[in-house]
Ligand binder design. Structure first.
Ligand code: MTE
Ligand code: MOS
Length: 791
């Protein structure tokens, strides 16, 4: 019996609920450990003139105060794509919270006090805080990119209908529960070991080595688990690691950096806010004829992953729909905020929301059902142009149409639309809306070289197995899925298999655990390692074990590993326990270790031409949300969500459904409640859960039907599974569309301009503007303040 397809609990579930699963700050301090904190820039733009640390240096317990001058390496800049970000400020200040001075002290309390005692003299310049200003000043990160197909001008010249619009989407804080954290322990001869809460041990290793001016071989980066990453620890775990390692090297003592929540929210990057101009042409039926979009993102102060994130936005502008003539232009802007970075969906949401918004507006303009309009434009399954993305990849072996049809049926969509309409006529208190949105999410890193993984598998003489991969566990269940895959390879119980701490010592040159491809890459690499070991095992078994006695010729093809036993399938009576077998094999000098390597086949994309096959396959789905909005407060409740996804053959359905629910709710948060508020100097005001509202348990839809659809056409990828981590986040968009739908139904005719997030305030403003068409207010007599909230 295989464990693949079983809903085994997460391998740390017991640890998560009993508090025994250790995160970085749970690790027992070494005797001489120092606590590290830093002084961040007080202004968003300007120059650092002087640092006065006299008072701090005189405080008892302060061991070191370090600046960029103390960095031993020759390199001063780092970054995952462009090397443009300083480890520590030397002169130019680029965002509020940017690390300037590193302080090490014998206790947390002293470190915090020392940070407060350090005086900076800075000269402020005017920060760039809006995308419009960045465009006006030509402040950009990376090149302007374009993907094009068809004759756009001709399509717009002849189209029966068209409109233009602008869509702005807010950023989003990753809100991992474990803040950025790292412990660095100095080793012999200038080496260092860092325990980092990171999705990217290899990059952490490389950046630490660069900052310290040592070889990568002198740095080991380990990550047991993260208390959430959500993309926020793909690159941004590097700075805390550099600070800890710098202190460790300078003081020869171990060093601990643990960001406070507010500090983390102030000084680390988030989801990119976007401003997108669009133009769409369509026919009388609602069929899209042409789409022309120009996306600008707020990339923050340094490039980080912004160009890659923008690329994914551009590659998801079509989402699940065929766009015959299309032009997609994308440009990341350099602005004075922390460098924005990966966040679940990685730019996908910002692209998907534009086309979903366009489709809804088409339906409203033509007074058609929005689901019918979507279905009309959906990719079918064929090898013609109508199933080809703007970047030239064929969309095949999918179930998008079936998914929408099944969802419409099981959710009783059409009857509910009728009920909603009658509710809206009778209720004077609330208004209801309903909307469907779909997702087609490309799986693979769009940088081809990242699509690789390696794994180390050690089988011991008692039949137990240790597995190490480059994949990191952040709660998503990667370790549990790999455990199931490996147990299946040897026909043993999952209890016999353990996933070990991720470490660059065991797995080198690894990719970040990101792009939802953790299991695809590392799970397949682990299988390759198991196959090597099984190859040696079956040779040994056929040559030495099942010979003699039963007259059968040795044949490796007949050796089975099943239910904890090894046997020749022609004579299963003569079976040997896997543990005894491993012991015998070792005595016969059989190698019981393997290192597997896997590279995703077939993916390729040309950035210059904007054409290629960037994705190995697509994870797809759709969801329908029904919401109720209070007409007098704008407060919204999500009454019901029906969600259906094709996530292939699930290795662990319990974990995958958990990812779907969590992803959807996180997407809903982006669209509805999570509002980053800055003051006019670029300072973040919403820096904690009291002012920044992530969804809580009571925000989960009252009725939430989650199902998966079987896809017999999907035969590739590890164990025929599909990546699940990010795609469901984008289905949360249907809640935002439902809010717009509700307000549109209040007073149909005009399209609804709804900001993102659709907070209660935004909903109320939207309702007010529709119910009380604004006549320009009469001029006030001088000295009279206008009452707020009246239009
Ligand atoms: N689930 C949990 N519980 N915690 C996380 O931090 N990160 C998401 C997703 N699901 C995350 C999560 C993101 S951004 C990605 S890319 C994937 O998990 C990464 O893991 P995978 O590739 O193993 O799916
Ligand atoms: Mo996920 S945003 O790819 O870390």
């Amino acid at each position: 019996m295989t464990s693949i397809g079983k809903s085994l609990p997460h391998d740390s579930a017991h640890g998560h609920v009993t508090g025994t699963a250790a995160y970085i700050d749970d690790l027992t301090p070494l005797a001489d450990e120092l606590f590290v904190d830093f002084v961040g820039a007080p202004i968003a733009a300007g120059h650092l003139r002087s640092i006065d640390a006299t008072v701090a240096l005189g405080m008892e317990g302060v061991v070191a105060v370090l600046t960029h001058r103390d960095l031993p390496g020759t390199k001063r800049l780092f970054g995952p794509i462009f090397h443009d970000e300083p480890f520590l400020v030397a002169d130019e200040i680029s965002y509020i919270g940017q690390p300037i001075v590193v302080v090490a002290a014998t206790s947390r309390k002293v470190a915090h006090a020392a940070v407060k005692a350090i005086k900076l003299e800075c000269e402020a310049t005017t920060p760039i805080l809006t995308i419009d200003d960045a465009i006006r000043l030509g402040s950009y990160l990376g090149p302007r990119r374009k993907i094009e197909r068809g004759d756009l001008d001709a399509a717009f010249a002849t189209a029966p209908h068209q409109f233009t619009g602008v869509l702005e989407s807010n950023g989003q804080e990753q809100f991992y529960f474990e803040s950025q954290a790292c412990i660095a322990i100095p080793g012999e001869d200038g080496s260092v070991r860092v325990h980092s809460s990171t999705q990217n041990p290899t990059e952490t290793q490389a950046v630490v080595a660069e900052a310290l001016g040592i070889g990568m071989h002198q740095v080991v980066c380990e990550c047991k688990r993260m208390g959430g990453g959500f993309g926020g620890k793909e690159t941004q775990s590097a700075i805390p690691a550099v600070m800890a390692a710098l202190v460790a090297i300078k003081t020869k003592r171990s060093a601990r950096v643990i960001y406070g929540k507010d500090q983390d929210m102030i000084c680390t990057g988030k989801r990119h806010p976007y401003k997108t101009k669009y133009r769409a042409a369509f026919d009388d039926d609602g069929r899209i004829l042409a789409v022309d979009v120009e996306l600008h993102s707020n990339g923050g102060a340094f490039a980080d992953l912004s160009t890659s994130v923008m690329e994914r936005s551009m590659l998801h502008m079509d989402n699940a729909y065929y766009l015959p003539a299309v032009r997609i232009v994308g440009q990341a802007c350099k602005m004075n905020y922390p460098p924005n970075t990966a966040f679940r969906g990685f730019g996908g949401p910002q692209g998907v929301i534009v086309i979903e918004s366009i489709l809804q507006r088409i339906a409203q303009q033509l007074s058609k059902d929005a689901v019918d309009v979507r279905r009309l434009n959906t990719y079918r399954d064929g090898d013609d142009l109508a199933n080809t993305t703007p970047y030239g990849q064929l969309v095949k072996d999918h179930m998008i149409v079936e998914t929408i049809d099944q969802l419409v049926a099981t959710s009783d969509y059409h009857n509910r639309v009728a009920t909603i309409n009658s509710h809206n006529v009778t209720s004077r208190l609330t208004v209801k809306g309903i909307a469907l949105s779909a997702i087609k999410f490309g799986i693979s890193f769009t940088s081809k070289f990242l699509n690789q993984g390696n794994a180390l598998v050690n089988v011991y003489t008692d039949g137990t197995v240790q597995v190490s991969t480059g994949g990191t566990e952040m709660g998503q269940g990667l370790n549990t899925k790999i455990r199931q895959l490996v147990a299946d390879q040897f026909g043993i119980d999952t209890d016999q298999v353990l996933l070990m701490t991720t470490s660059t010592e065991k797995n080198n040159n690894t990719s970040p655990t990101a792009a939802s491809a953790g299991t695809d890459l590392n799970g397949q690499a682990a299988i390759v390692a198991c196959e090597q070991i099984r190859g040696a095992m079956t040779r040994f078994a056929s040559e030495k074990l099942f010979l003699g006695g039963n007259d059968q010729p040795p044949s490796v093809d007949h050796i089975c590993f099943l239910d904890g036993f090894v046997f020749d399938d022609r004579n299963s009576a003569k079976k040997i326990a896997f543990s005894a077998f491993c012991d015998l094999a070792r005595r016969d000098r059989v190698d019981l270790g393997g290192r597997g390597f896997y590279a995703t086949p077939g993916v390729d994309f040309n950035r210059e031409t904007g054409q290629g096959t960037p994705f190995f396959y697509f994870t797809t789905g759709a969801a329908i949300a029904e919401v109720t909005i209070d007409r007098f407060t704008g407060e919204m409740t999500v009454d019901r969500v029906d969600l259906l996804m094709d996530v292939g053959k699930m290795i662990n359905p319990g974990i995958d459904i958990g990812q779907i629910i969590g992803g959807f709710v996180q997407g809903m948060g982006w669209c509805t409640n999570e509002e980053l508020v800055y003051d006019s100097t670029g300072k973040l005001l919403s820096t904690s859960p009291t002012t920044y509202k992530i969804p809580n348990v009571t925000d989960i839809p009252a009725v939430f039907n989650v199902a998966t659809i079987d896809n017999p056409k999907h035969v590739i990828n590890v164990s025929r599974s599909k990546a699940v981590g990010e795609p469901p986040l984008m289905l949360g968009i249907c809640v935002w569309l439902a809010a717009k739908d509700a307000i549109w139904r209040l007073c149909a005719g005009e399209p609804v301009q709804m900001p993102l997030p659709a907070t209660a305030e935004a909903n109320l403003a939207c309702i007010a503007s529709r119910l009380m068409p604004c006549h320009p207010p009469a001029p006030l007599a001088p000295g009279h303040a206008r009452e707020r909230g009246r239009g």
